[in-house]
Write a protein that binds this ligand. Sequence first.
Ligand SMILES: O=c1ccn([C@H]2C[C@H](O)[C@@H](COP(=O)(O)OP(=O)(O)OP(=O)(O)O)O2)c(=O)[nH]1
Length: 168
Amino acid sequence: MKKVAQFEKVSLKQFLGDWIDTFGNRSDHIITEIYKNIKLPIRKTKYSAGHDFFTPCDIRIKPGDSMMIPTGIRCQMNINYVMLLFPRSSLGIKKHMAIANTIPVIDADYINADNEGHIFICIRNYGDKELEVKTGEAFVQAVFVEYGSADNNKIDAKRNGGIGSTGK
Ligand SMILES: O=c1ccn([C@H]2C[C@H](O)[C@@H](COP(=O)(O)OP(=O)(O)OP(=O)(O)O)O2)c(=O)[nH]1
């Protein structure tokens, strides 16, 4: 199978900053342990399309609420490829887990953003019971898709910020 991308961890410094921004102040020691235990996304079988992302922390979300997860992961992608994120089917079907922004689009040039291309995933509980996913459990899957353009490639702006930055 053609290799089109490479996952890696963001730096510990980036992870510490993003974790504190998301969840508030915690001890550096605890966040460093979370960082050390982060596993890179992998496919389960020879022909699986989805690379499973594992949650770095316990997820507990009340019905109707959402939780932003800093994954600690970034991805180098070949140009002309995009990463799309989907919920792990079993969690969607059995536990009513959804991704808040439906199908996140992770651009190949996001790696150049000033947050090191740190991938965040916002999980939403659309069921009527508390949603629980344990640390280290596969929760989302990434699929790489080749894409083209409809604009004669005349755009040469470069991405340098995180989510929502190009509209600023
Ligand atoms: O759930 C998401 C969605 C996006 N991103 C990152 C990767 C993506 O390349 C970048 C921008 O995402 P998108 O273009 O979908 O967001 P936007 O709101 O249109 O922001 P922008 O103005 O930065 O394009 O943010 C995430 O980490 N998680």
